[in-house]
Design a protein around this ligand. Structure first.
Ligand code: C2E
Ligand code: CA
Ligand code: CA
Length: 661
């Protein structure tokens, strides 16, 4: 498949999934960070506040204890400090760090316990603050990093903690969670350590957890939204791919899929199996549609597709191409193997529409080069198919070297043609037409020759069919008409007697309505009478658009040009065209005078055609006349003009002038 096609497909399918996925991660990450940070700050602030409150109380207690140190027994002191539940223990050290007073057995362990020392709110050591309840760690605050403990996350997850029966059954003012912190107060020469309960009541914890849950919910909603949008994008991509690769007529794969899959298969092919690209054509599809209708035609194509689908293997390839053409990529081991395969395909296709006789033909191109594109191999297969003679009973045609040469030639012709026209490589040759009455020059036919700078002399049979296919014939015919008009005007200026020169007008011209004016426009640039220009049309144009042809012929004759029908009797001629077209000259095709088997019958027809033409008031030209017998016969039949090698081959203008003055 071409790079351009690949790019177009990518562009069509480019509904990016990855930005959504990245977006999802970024949003989730940012939200979680924000939630944790806000929550951490909130908790840190709350704990700081509580520590500060505890410290203030501890200061009062320390002052009271130190002032009454000598007077108070521990029990008495205990009574005084009962006013505050949060105080657990008091230990007083003197300046030698000896305990001088204590109200309980609890002795502070400075290294392992939490210590809060002054109003700056700094912890003396680098411990983190841990709030815990019933041995369950609720959260911890590290001075450097604020983070939630595993258990706080568990609270969020399991909620039982928050609605813990035990906790709920306690009195409402009872704190849910608490921890003990030694508050260090320096008073006079004493250092007083007060063990303080730091507690978080249930309502405070509830606010923290509720905020946390809400923010997590918000995060979850956004994450779900993103996930849904990613699924949506993935689905729509799948749909686009399906549309992109579906053939609307058969409902199967289309040509794009064929070439994409085909190129891949070809690249991967190895072992004894090779691939052949097969162009399968149902003959006379148009006639089928004319008889049975387009809908029925398309239904038939669908059936053919399904039948083919059943016969191909997994590593083979199939698609509907165009009209009634299908592409197949078949694996084979030998040529016989491939022929058998195609024959059995043919048999099988016969069952698609048993009541109607359908003919199938196969063009085959072996894929012996892995780097070739399937599209161009298929093109070769169709070339083989196109070159099959109409009337053959053969059903398989293989693309061979001759065809390849022809293809290369066509490409060369197409590359060179424009330049050839500009640099006048196309030369006008004239072939004389002789009158049978006096055997003198009575007209000529303009025939083109290509004098190519490297290929030399090229006969029109080698390039006219190519130009007819690619449309360049329109430019070439105009060029030849102009050359003829120019030549006539030169002779007119030289005072020579003018005679009609015929130019060939390809059937491709009859697509334009203003053909007569167009021809007039070219000829009139040279101020010559119209009756020295004869226009040779082929009968085949009659079958394209007969009304345009009839109209154009009428206009051309009204303008005074001579109109002749070329190659009469060749191909599918129809006497009907003679009935409907009023023309001046009938050129009997050279084929009537060829061969040996049916010469007599040919002559009989020629004499009847001459009779008929005379009755229709037309002149007769016989072309391709090569011998005296033919000339005598035609003279006896009162044929008007004779053109052929017997008198002269087409000549370059200079030679023509030399010969005829
Ligand atoms: P055509 O129009 O039927 O031209 C007659 C062909 O028969 C010419 O071939 C001519 O050289 C050849 N011919 C004439 N007398 C004899 C003979 O006695 N024996 C044999 N064997 N052949 C004879 P040519 O010039 O090769 O042209 C072939 C065809 O190419 C022409 O067939 C015409 O269809 C086409 N062609 C030539 N020039 C032009 C052109 O300028 N425009 C168009 N549209 N077609 C042209
Ligand atoms: Ca001709
Ligand atoms: Ca002819």
């Amino acid at each position: 498949m071409s790079d351009l096609k690949e790019k177009r497909i990518k562009k069509l399918k480019r509904k990016r999934i990855w930005p959504s996925i990245v977006g999802l991660f970024v949003i989730a990450f940012v939200l979680i960070i924000v939630v944790v940070a806000i929550l951490g700050m909130y908790i840190a602030d709350m704990v700081d506040r509580k520590l500060h409150e505890g410290y203030k109380i501890s200061c009062n207690v320390a002052e009271y204890v130190v002032q009454n140190l000598s007077d108070l027994s521990a029990d008495e002191l205990q009574k005084h400090i009962e006013f505050n539940d949060s105080i657990n223990a008091i230990v007083v050290f003197d300046s030698n760090d000896e305990i001088v007073w204590s109200n309980s057995d609890t002795i502070p362990n400075i290294d392992n316990e939490l210590i809060y020392t002054d109003e700056s709110g700094m912890y003396q050591n680098n411990f983190c603050l841990i709030l815990e309840s019933d041995d369950k760690l609720i959260f911890e605050i590290d001075k450097e990093n604020i983070r939630l403990s595993e258990n706080l996350l568990n609270i969020v997850r399991y909620k039982e903690f928050l609605f813990d029966e035990d906790l709920l059954s306690r009195e409402s003012h009872v704190p849910v969670v608490e921890t003990k912190v030694w508050m260090v107060v320096n008073y006079d020469e004493y250092k007083v350590l007060v063990l303080n309960n730091i507690s978080v009541v249930k309502s405070e914890l509830f606010i923290i957890v509720a905020t946390f849950i809400m923010m997590m919910l918000l995060t979850a909603v956004l994450v779900v939204y993103y996930i849904l949008s990613i699924i949506g994008v993935a689905k729509s991509q799948k749909r686009i791919t399906k549309i992109l690769y579906t053939d609307m007529v058969t409902g199967g794969y289309n040509w794009l899929h064929f070439t994409k899959k085909g190129d891949k298969l070809l690249k991967k092919s190895k072992g004894i199996y090779k691939y052949a690209i097969v162009a399968l054509r149902m003959e006379k599809y148009r006639s089928f549609c004319t008889c049975f209708g387009v809908k029925e035609g398309e239904e038939l194509l669908e059936k053919i597709y399904s039948a083919l689908k059943h016969t191909i293997k997994k590593k083979e390839n199939l698609a509907h191409h165009d009209e009634a053409d299908f592409g197949l990529m078949l694996m084979y081991t030998s040529e016989d193997d491939l022929t058998n395969r195609i024959n059995s395909l043919y048999e099988y296709l016969g069952s698609v529409a048993p009541k109607i006789k359908i003919k199938f033909r196969f063009g085959v191109c072996m894929a012996d080069d892995k780097d070739k594109e399937v599209d161009s191999l298929y093109n070769n297969a169709t070339t083989a198919l196109d070159l099959m003679p109409e009337d053959t009973d053969e059903k398989i045609a293989s693309y061979d070297i001759e065809m390849k040469k022809q293809q290369l030639w066509e490409r060369k012709v197409e590359d060179d043609m424009d330049k050839a026209l500009v640099t006048k490589q196309f030369k006008l040759y004239l072939q004389p037409k002789y009158s049978t009455k006096d055997e003198k020059l009575a007209g000529a036919e303009a025939l083109v020759r290509w004098i190519h700078p490297t290929e030399g002399f090229i006969s029109p049979n080698k390039f006219i069919p190519i130009f007819e296919k690619n449309g360049f014939i329109l430019q070439l015919d105009d060029y030849m008409l102009e050359e003829v008009a120019l030549q006539q005007s030169k002779w007119q200026e030289e005072g020579k007697e003018l005679f009609p020169i015929s130019v060939n007008v390809s059937r491709a011209h009859f697509t334009r309505d203003d053909l007569a004016e167009h021809i007039c426009g070219i000829v009139d640039k040279y101020n010559i009478p119209h009756n020295v220009i004869e226009l040779e049309l082929t009968e085949s144009a009659f079958f394209d658009d007969k009304y345009v042809l009839i109209d154009t012929v009428k206009q051309l004759r009204d303008y005074g040009f001579i109109v002749s029908m070329d190659d009469f009797g060749a191909g599918y001629s129809s006497l009907n065209s003679l009935k409907e077209l009023s023309i001046d000259v009938l050129k009997i095709d050279a084929d009537f005078f060829r061969g040996t088997d049916s010469v007599e019958r040919g002559m009989l027809i020629v004499s009847e055609v001459i009779n008929l033409a005379k009755k229709l008031d037309m002149k007769i030209v016989a072309e391709g006349i090569e011998n005296k017998e033919q000339v005598e016969f035609l003279t006896a039949q009162e044929c008007d003009l004779i053109q052929g090698y017997y008198y002269a081959k087409p000549l370059p203008v200079e030679e023509f002038e030399e010969k005829y003055g």
